[in-house]
Write a protein that binds this ligand. Structure first.
Ligand code: SF4
Length: 238
């Protein structure tokens, strides 16, 4: 199965900028950005980020305020602070052998950096990889990681897999199956996430009097370390 997948990938794989590097820092940035943001939105932001902070040391030296500002529009802003702290930890102590020791780095992200940057034989299992594994029942190796991600994202998709163009169809026990819609995240419009994002955007532009802002959003952002409240003013940290 892996052979067919590899042939398919050589013809259909997505050309993503972080696939042209083995720099663990660049891979980490791409993985953290792509955790909850669509890949096509990540690509230009990844390139801009790497131009601004090309190394782990340059990011470590940046102010949290600049990091939060640069992250605007990617959503789930806590990821920016986690990435910044991770860079500071690596700049000070080097890469840990267990990458999950880094702030904001869970099992999947650690495995992705280990596989794509460090060449370790570990298969990072994201939602796309898990889906293909479960449907085919096949135990893929780490060498198939990127191909599995692309197959899961473009062919073996969640609800109506495109089995007619799938390179694994011949040996797949799930071929032709249909699946229930996944429980979707609630709409962003009108949500507390949106209120937080709007409040953070205002503060990222310029510090604001606390009385002018949504109090619940300010409290939540302050708890996450994304804003500071002092003397009646809300500002970005650092
Ligand atoms: S044949 Fe269908 S269900 Fe099986 S891996 Fe391919 S797309 Fe997924």
């Amino acid at each position: 199965m892996e052979e067919q997948l590899s042939v398919w990938f050589s013809q259909n794989g997505r050309d993503l900028p972080w696939r042209r590097t083995r720099d663990p820092y660049a891979i980490l940035v791409s993985e953290v950005m792509a955790q909850q943001t669509q890949v096509d939105r990540v690509v230009p932001r990844f390139e801009r980020w790497l131009e601004r902070w090309p190394t782990v040391e340059t990011l470590a030296e940046a102010s949290p305020a600049d990091v939060i500002r640069e992250w605007q529009g990617l959503g789930y802003n806590r990821r920016a602070l986690g990435l910044h702290r991770a860079a500071q930890q690596v700049a000070a102590h080097g890469w840990p052998s267990d990458l999950t020791e880094l702030p904001g780095v869970g099992r999947y992200t650690a495995d992705a950096v280990a596989c794509f940057a460090l060449g370790r034989a570990v298969l990072p299992v994201d939602v796309n990889v898990r889906r293909v594994q479960e449907r085919t029942g096949h135990a893929f190796t780490a060498a198939a990681a990127q191909a599995l991600m692309d197959l899961g994202a473009t062919v073996c998709v969640a609800r109506i897999p495109r089995c007619d163009i799938c390179p694994l169809a011949e040996g797949c026990p799930s071929r032709g199956s249909r699946y229930e819609p996944l429980r979707k995240q609630g709409p962003f419009e009108g949500s507390f996430r949106q209120r937080r994002a709007a409040t953070l955007r205002l503060v990222a532009d310029a510090e604001q009097p606390v009385g002018d802002l949504d109090p619940d959003a300010v409290a939540s952002l302050a708890r996450d370390g994304l804003v500071l409240v002092a003397d009646g003013t809300v500002s970005l940290p650092g």
